[in-house]
Design a protein around this ligand. Sequence first.
Ligand code: DGY
Length: 464
Amino acid sequence: MQVKILPRSVLVGHERLAVRAQEVLRHNDMGGWTRAAPELYPHQWSWDSAFIAIGLAHLNTRRAARELESLFEHQWKTGKVPHIVFNPEAQPGSYFPGPDHWACAAASPEAPPAPPYTSCLCQPPVHAIAALRIWEVAERNGGEEAGAARAFLREIYPGLLLWHRYLLTYRDPEGSGLITIFHPWESGTDNSPRWDTPLAAVEVSDLAPYPRYDLQHVANPSQRPTDADYDRYLWLVKLIKKAGCNERSIYRTHPFLVKDVLFSAILVAANEALLTIAGLVGAQAEDRTLIADWIKRGRRGLGRCRNPELGLCLDHDLRAGRALRVHTVAGLVPLVAGGLRPWHLAILLEALRSSSFIGYPGLGRPLPPSTSPNDPGFDPRSYWRGPLWPVIDWLLWWALERAGENQLAERLRESSLEQIAEEGFAEYFEPFTGEPLGSKEQSWTAAVALDWLASGPRRKMLAA
Ligand code: DGY
């Protein structure tokens, strides 16, 4: 990747951090796409790539665009963007379940040409948000770059529209505005207590022994999901493959069907970005009406998931027919979906500031743990059961800025940057001590740091 030096305004006070973030992305760059992390995740992950594109935009808008284009080259005919595109050159035995495990997905009539193989799951749709970010940065830079970004938007728009259409049809046959996931991996928040109850109801039978390569790449296995979780993850994969990766069959027979509020809220925000893109590329009026309807449908759906007692939005287990009452950061996501009435915004801000999240006594920094320390499932060192995740903080920061809550947004941005500057580009962090956990040199952590560095109030003052 051709790396350019960030503008002076971005670097003031943060030169070293910006340079280190660039180095992480350069090291993980595989040409037209970026490994999520050098060891633990040697392939291209869908929502990682979208966040990575947001960061790359500040280094090289064309390379950022390429990140999304390369992912969308493996889009399924249904419109699904696969959660992993496997790197054929990754070391055998570096990641499980790898390309061999997923090879049969390529037999689906809807699958893209293989190799490279893809999984047949998907992940939260941050892509349209990333595409728009690339265009915004390129417009600011002007000249040929702006023209190239417009051409990129024209090229990627049909794929983005198809992707969102897939989610709002195959994954929402009920027309609820809420997206159904078939596997905790689709949520991107794998072992969150959000999934404990529906996962406990999954009965695993004949599962062949399998390796846990992931445990080799973390300092302590307790930072990753347990073996009991993994048995269920692999059992669900087995059932999905048995159903030929066909959504209608999966819907009929699958034991894990959950309406995911984080996924659904990101889709609303992504549809807002898509609506702007539709305007920029001169898409037909019907498209714009459709996308605007999707936004309304998503917000209505999320509104129905509100638990007044907790002040949070809850996932819904379709199989059991009930809301999943857990206290996690996902409960705050109507903030991400936006368009809130003042009373609802106030409730969510109060929940974010409360002793359930950033006001919890003893936190190292005012950043929300992924699971509230008040939740019985909280574990400060285990993946999505408590640690801080910079990408979640980025989503909340971005949402707060859009809601005009600049002071709180700035607090999140500064605290997150301090955290990363002190502890490095970890995948996640212990919320009381700030200890870096999980994978090191995680691409999306570097990417959101770059976006934060380029988005500070100082930069805005200089730009004004
Ligand atoms: C993993 O391997 O931990 C991923 O989250 C699955 O996509």
